[in-house]
Design a protein around this ligand. Structure first.
Ligand code: NAI
Length: 280
């Protein structure tokens, strides 16, 4: 079965670094016309970049796409646009520019997100608001702006970054976990509202991908071991693990999957003590 994403217009938010940069590179390697949105891009960016087909399998804090054309060079360079997904005017301007350039939007990956940590007792209102403005507000604003474009085309895919925190939260993650749980319910409602246009809307829950957001790879080994011990697949998740799922969900093969939360966490807490299978 071929997952044919050639020439599809794919918009990825928060794509300057981390998981989003790899998602953008992987869709471009599939032949899609990718538009990467973020608050800012590294200084070497000049508006367009050759995508990297895949991330380094080793844990990395910042697997940003390379500018070097390689043997697996994608047919379309990635277009980079600055956009603040939490700002309605910025979102509207970016979506208008994308439609002007490419005519349509086939796939929207709402990847942009921020982590706001801290116990409820110490959490400032501004930080709580910022967390919801980006993680939930950004998904809402981007989806609201892109939906009419997809409705006109009579097809589309919206893929929303939730988190394992939306399933089982950690102590100190009230703002982040609640914002990601909100994304899950938003996804279900939007899936039903856009069903009549054959547009599917799904959320996905990565578990632990070492990036600049969490610094997992820089933690002391015993702290890393404690986290890894929660996984059925006892290894750090790679951005490619996330991208693989999204490529399938974006393809025609997933045309009957909508309104779901896909767990791509390596079986985190699938059982109470998964480390027992590793003799730990
Ligand atoms: P990251 O911090 O490495 O990258 C996030 C990107 O989003 C950055 O490039 C940042 O500039 C961009 N961004 C932040 N606010 C923005 C805004 N207002 N407008 C536009 N872009 C904005 O994070 P990472 O780890 O790559 O995470 C990506 C997504 O995956 C996030 O939604 C995160 O919550 C989610 N996730 C990550 C997990 C992990 O283990 N890394 C686990 C579960 C979910």
């Amino acid at each position: 079965m071929e997952l044919d994403l050639k020439d599809r217009v794919v918009v990825v938010t928060g794509a300057a670094r981390g998981i989003g940069a790899v998602i953008a590179g992987r869709f471009a390697a599939e032949g899609a016309r990718v538009v990467a949105l973020d608050l800012a891009f590294p200084e070497d960016a000049d508006g367009a970049a050759e995508p990297s087909p895949s991330s380094d399998p080793a844990p990395s804090s910042d697997p940003a796409p390379s500018n070097a054309p390689g043997p697996n060079a994608a047919p379309h360079p990635i277009t980079r646009l600055t956009c603040n997904v939490a700002d309605p005017e910025s979102v509207s301007a970016a979506v208008s520019e994308i439609v002007e350039r490419h005519g349509t939007i086939d796939v929207l990956v709402n990847n942009a997100g921020i982590n706001v940590d801290g116990p409820v007792a110490d959490l400032e209102w501004e930080r709580w608001r910022a967390c919801f403005d980006v993680n939930m507000g950004g998904v809402f604003l981007m989806s609201r702006a892109v939906a009419p474009v997809m409705q006109e085309a009579g097809r589309g895919r919206i893929l929303n970054a939730a988190s394992f925190a939306a399933i089982v939260p950690s102590v100190g993650s009230a703002a982040y976990a609640a914002s990601k749980a909100a994304v899950v319910q938003f996804t279900r409602v939007l899936a039903s509202e856009l069903g009549p246009w054959d547009i599917t809307v799904n959320a996905y829950a990565p578990g632990m991908v070492p990036t600049a957001m969490n610094g997992f790879a820089e933690m002391p080994q015993d702290a890393q071991d404690r986290l890894l011990d929660t996984l059925s697949l006892r290894r750090w998740e790679s951005p490619d693990d996330v991208a693989n799922l999204l490529i399938v969900l974006a393809s025609d093969a997933a045309g009957y999957v909508t309104g779901t939360l896909l767990d791509v966490s390596g079986g985190k807490l699938a059982t109470q003590i998964p480390a027992r299978a590793y003799g730990r």
